[in-house]
Design a protein around this ligand. Structure first.
Ligand SMILES: Nc1ncnc2c1ncn2[C@@H]1O[C@H](COP(=O)(O)OP(=O)(O)OP(=O)(O)O)[C@@H](O)[C@H]1O
Ligand SMILES: [Mg+2]
Length: 299
């Protein structure tokens, strides 16, 4: 059964398509990484899933219920962490947890205590005195301790330092092992790689890729690097070649498809070194996020 089923989901603000005909399913127990550049529609998708805004067209079903019309029922099984925690400034951490406990209906208090320790949060301070990261920890801990069947997280680690990022990863893996389903919008590639079964990538409101991270790596271009005694040969005309960067006698480019044509140009120029490798995560995402190929020359 799909926990989240999104069909033809579209949200327009005036002439702008904040989200354009999104079709996406999230299965029970899956951790889906939801990625895209700023303004690509991630938060809009999440707000539509939570029934906070109305779609222009299309629908979201969560636990086989309509996200808009049956949101009170659905919300009993969801925990949500927004990118910017919007909390009550005059309550302490502990008081905030108690209030959020009422919102979630139930909480694993032992686990919450454990998380407070692991995230190194002092729960006795007033919320207005917490830093951005510490506010983020409160909403995260409350959501995780609710053990909700579905966690919806919108860039939940934007304020966390690298040590806390590790604690976050651990706790998400615990939720995953606990059978919870997780929708994780993120900019942090290491986080996505460590946690997600599948990723979906948005660009300008449209879904551009969805799949297993390793599958996406294979689809994407390989990087070729070569050094020459003199200026590298011109490769712009070769089919499948993109992102050409020339720096003195070094050539770097990306290649999709068969490499023969490129080798036929490189070999007569007598390369001193030649290296080919799979894209790094950063390169993969830049290629998915970016507009099109480009040529930059640096000499
Ligand atoms: N209430 C609104 N009124 C008008 N335009 C909006 C509104 N909310 C969002 N938008 C526009 O919709 C587009 C998608 O925004 P959204 O917040 O979903 O992006 P995002 O992927 O979450 O970005 P970020 O990574 O910066 O959080 C943007 O162009 C944004 O300006
Ligand atoms: Mg956002």
């Amino acid at each position: 059964m799909g926990v989240i089923e999104i069909k033809g989901l579209t949200k327009k603000y005036g002439d702008l398509f904040a989200l354009n005909n999104l079709n996406l399913n999230v299965q029970d127990g899956e951790v889906l990484g939801y990625l895209g550049p700023n303004g690509s529609g991630k938060t809009t998708t999440i707000r539509l899933m939570l029934g906070l805004i109305k779609p222009t067209s299309g629908s979201v079903t969560i636990f086989e219920k309509d996200a808009l019309k049956q949101k009170e029922i659905i919300h009993k099984s969801i925990a949500y962490v927004p990118g910017e925690a919007n909390l009550w400034p005059f309550l302490t951490g502990i008081e905030t947890f108690k209030l959020l406990e009422q919102v979630y209906g139930s909480v694993d208090k032992k686990y919450r205590q454990d998380l407070i320790k692991r995230f190194e949060l002092d729960p006795n301070k007033k919320v207005r005195a917490y830093s951005k990261g510490n506010k983020q920890k409160i909403t995260l801990i409350a959501a995780l301790a609710s053990r909700a069947k579905l966690l919806i997280l919108d860039e939940p680690t934007s304020g966390l330092d690298p040590l806390m990022e590790e604690v976050f990863k651990e706790s998400i893996l615990e939720a995953k092992n606990n059978g919870q389903t997780i929708f994780l919008s993120s900019h942090i590639l290491g986080e996505v790689e460590a946690l997600c079964n599948r990723i979906a990538v948005l660009r300008k409101g449209k879904l551009v890729e969805v799949g297993d991270l390793n599958d996406l790596k294979h689809l994407s271009a390989v990087t070729i690097e070569a050094t020459f005694e003199k200026k590298p040969p011109s490769v712009e005309h070769i089919k499948g070649v993109s992102n050409i960067k020339i720096d003195k006698n070094n050539l770097k480019c990306q290649m999709t498809g068969p490499i023969t044509d490129l080798l036929n140009v490189l070999t007569p120029a007598k390369p001193l070194t030649l290296l080919s490798r799979e894209p790094s995560l950063e390169e993969l995402f830049l290629s998915l996020y970016g507009e099109s190929s480009s040529v930059t020359v640096n000499d």
